[in-house]
Design a protein around this ligand. Structure first.
Ligand SMILES: NC(=O)c1ccc[n+]([C@@H]2O[C@H](COP(=O)([O-])OP(=O)(O)OC[C@H]3O[C@@H](n4cnc5c(N)ncnc54)[C@H](OP(=O)(O)O)[C@@H]3O)[C@@H](O)[C@H]2O)c1
Length: 313
């Protein structure tokens, strides 16, 4: 990409899309293209066709998706598989038809089998059963990866897929019903502090191990991959890359870290009656690291940055 390239960011208002927009601008890319959901519903094929015909973007970051936590995924599986299949199929196909130079498709680590060895390597894809609570979403994302790889093989396109670990950052979703664990805990612990509550209840046993990445580190990794010389991408990679930090914490340690940052001195209680999900999920980002990328923001630093943003918003 050069600084004048016409770059389309699908999902620019979201956690990932807004981080991509901020980082691209900081890196001097100023010819950015976006549409609000109200202007362009990416599940509608004819609308997406008209948009690509009119705008002809050179590069595409596909960060639009229907995303949510365990509760939302297990309650609305039909919406999660339909919306994501439609969004990615429309954008990937139109990108091919309009000669997009490189597209980056965002999936997530839920594509890997529930019992896959840890840390998760890209080659574990489709080697076993998925986590049932978000299987519909995961199947849609796996279809997106295979779609990119199929278009690359048949049409010689240059479509890359990235599997980021759990992300957090500015514009994160703090709605207790639909949020991911980190913003969910931060909102809950902040409210307990403001109300002077003696205890905070945390879902599950507190034992599951998780990995979290600051959204702008992830965005920087995506921009890095969008600019990597095609010849440097290993043939056998299927242009599939994990993005992660290899920094693991238990849900209990995460909650304790958030208590420290928020300044909450009450007691954490754990509710083993609520689902833990997979007991350990950490990525192996060595394929990306081999190309020369490394993240910058530690979990403690990131949580402090997010809390500042939360207090001001
Ligand atoms: N968050 C994570 O921890 C995480 C981890 C790994 C991978 N990812 C991947 O990153 C991508 C983005 O996730 P995110 O966390 O940024 O989600 P998000 O904050 O919910 O953002 C999703 C964006 O997509 C837009 N969108 C949804 N449906 C649309 C439609 N039909 N037409 C047009 N726009 C639509 C939304 O628009 P509105 O703002 O108008 O609703 C929103 O801006 C997803 O592919 C996800 O799999 C996320």
């Amino acid at each position: 990409m050069n600084k004048n390239s016409l770059i389309y960011i699908a999902g620019h208002n979201g956690l990932v899309g807004s981080a991509l927009t901020r980082c691209l601008r900081e890196q001097g890319y100023h010819n950015l293209l976006f549409r609000d959901f109200r202007e362009l519903d990416l599940t509608r094929q004819a609308e997406v066709e008209k948009f690509f015909e009119a705008e002809k973007p050179e590069y595409v970051f596909l960060a639009a998706a229907k995303v949510g936590g365990i509760l939302a995924n297990s309650t609305y599986p039909a919406d999660f598989i339909y919306d994501n299949l439609m969004i990615q199929s429309n954008v990937i196909h139109q990108s091919y038809l309009h000669g997009v130079k490189r597209l980056l498709f965002l999936g997530s680590t839920c594509i890997y089998p529930k019992e896959a060895p840890q840390p998760l390597k890209e080659e574990y894809l489709l080697t076993g059963p998925l986590e049932p609570t978000n299987e519909a979403y995961a199947v849609a994302k796996i279809a997106g990866i295979r779609m990119c790889q199929s278009y690359n093989r048949q049409h010689g396109t240059d479509f890359i897929s990235v599997m980021p670990t759990n992300l957090y950052g500015i514009n994160d979703n703090f709605n207790p019903e639909t949020s991911h664990v980190l913003p969910g805990l931060m909102g809950k612990i902040h409210k307990a502090k403001m109300n002077g509550d003696p205890t905070v209840m945390v879902w599950g046993s507190g034992k599951p191990l998780r990995e979290f990445m600051w959204s702008e580190d992830m965005a920087a990794a995506c921009i890095f991959l969008m600019n990597v010389d095609r010849a440097l991408i290993p043939e056998d990679s299927g242009k599939l890359f994990n993005i992660g930090t290899e920094e693991e914490v238990s849900i209990r340690e995460l909650a304790e870290l958030i208590c420290e940052v928020v300044g909450y001195r009450g007691e954490l209680r754990f509710d083993p009656g609520k689902p833990d999900g997979t007991m350990r999920k950490v990525t192996d980002p060595s394929r990306l690291h081999a190309l020369g990328f490394a993240h910058k923001v530690s979990l403690r630093e990131g949580i402090a940055k997010l809390y500042q943003w939360y207090l001001n918003h």
